[in-house]
Design a protein around this ligand. Sequence first.
Ligand SMILES: C[S@@+](CC[C@H](N)C(=O)[O-])C[C@H]1O[C@@H](n2cnc3c(N)ncnc32)[C@H](O)[C@@H]1O
Length: 240
Amino acid sequence: MSEACDLHTQAYFDAHTPQWRSDRYLPMIDWLKAHARGDQSLIDIGCGTGNILAFIKQNTPLHELAGIDITQRYLDQAAANVGCTTHLGSVLDDELCRKIGPRYDYAVMGAVLHHLVSATRRSSFDNARRALVNAVAMLKSGGHLLIYEPAHYPAAAMWGVFWLKRCGSAIAPRRLEVGKQWLNFGLPVVSYFTNEQLLAMFNAVGVELIEQQINDPKKLGLGIRRTSSTFVLRKTGSPV
Ligand SMILES: C[S@@+](CC[C@H](N)C(=O)[O-])C[C@H]1O[C@@H](n2cnc3c(N)ncnc32)[C@H](O)[C@@H]1O
């Protein structure tokens, strides 16, 4: 497979294939229920075990479904769970994404942007923008990209978290959970964004914001806050 992804992140997901709560996707499901038709298609980018695809299949009229992920084990589970088409590879692989698309009416990208890390926090922003461009490239004209991200505040602290994990994992790569569930060191390195940073990225890739839901604000401790954020974006013209 292509090396267009962080190899430590890939190794982490190859070795650990956890499943996250599907109810984080309820705002997306409600939107799809109201807008999607049975003759339309959807691709889940970073589909993991296919639990979100299964949730979509059970609760919306969509049944032509596909998933893309960097981990073969995840894709095997997704194919078994949902019976979807699968693509092994990275959303950062321009060639793969152009080979796949533009054939989908909807693309979902959930809890993936913060995993697209690169050597620096700045180049991780570039990766997130590139993933958005590639996601849009898999959409038909007028298609919709639905993003779920856990957004984190304050912005400056997320630069700190990135560099703490980047430097810490160079010394001690094993994941070390300290106290609260979110407070962990080691791999994988993550690059969390605020809602404002996400909105600025959407602007930069030339998609139209149709809807946003910023839910479930939580204080995580040490002054860090998180929201569960869902965005619906429409492909307008050629992405910049
Ligand atoms: C936190 S999990 C989220 C899984 C699922 N979308 C959900 O919300 O339950 C992140 C997923 O993104 C995948 N991933 C990480 N980097 C990727 C990349 N460059 N291209 C495609 N998928 C990637 C991981 O393998 C994993 O399945």
